[in-house]
Design a protein around this ligand. Structure first.
Ligand SMILES: N=c1c2ncn([C@@H]3O[C@H](COP(=O)(O)OP(=O)(O)OP(=O)(O)O)[C@@H](O)[C@H]3O)c2ncn1[C@@H]1O[C@H](COP(=O)(O)O)[C@@H](O)[C@H]1O
Length: 113
């Protein structure tokens, strides 16, 4: 199942210009970027709330964090697809950053004027 991102991205690409009533993803694209961004924001908020609950240590709450994060990742993939940005670009960016300490990266930034 490690290739699930690729398989999902292929399905999302098929839905990009499909008829609005043919699927949930196609309907989101027809509603437009603002609706997709609204869903990303909603799922981000739900993920945060689930994570706060999970901090109490209840197992069912930990599963809710997994479910909400999946919703967030899914809607983020729809956003990328709507903007014609390959999800691979995000994976490449993570790979580029791999091994670079966040502290070192921050220290190397050019100071803003
Ligand atoms: N991974 C997902 C996925 N995750 C979440 N969702 C849907 O995302 C929606 C958002 O959840 P909400 O709780 O906000 O639901 P809602 O209140 O009905 O949403 P809105 O009315 O506010 O839009 C739900 O309808 C979920 O079913 C998903 N829908 C589709 N996929 C994948 O996308 C593929 C294509 O889906 P279709 O376009 O529907 O064929 C599927 O085969 C799946 O692999």
């Amino acid at each position: 199942m490690s290739d699930i991102l690729e398989r999902l991205a292929d399905v999302l690409a098929e839905r990009r210009y499909a008829a609005a009533d043919s699927s949930y993803v196609a309907a989101l694209h027809h509603k437009g970027l603002n609706k997709i961004l609204e869903k990303v924001g909603e799922e981000a908020t739900e993920t945060i709330l689930a994570a706060k609950d999970a901090a109490s240590g209840v197992d069912s709450d930990r599963q809710a964090v997994v479910a909400e994060t999946a919703d967030l990742w899914f809607h983020s993939l729809v956003m990328l697809s709507h903007l014609d940005i390959e999800h691979q670009a995000v994976l490449d960016e993570l790979a580029r950053r791999f091994g670079t300490s966040g502290l070192d990266e921050k220290a190397a930034r050019t100071p803003s004027p």
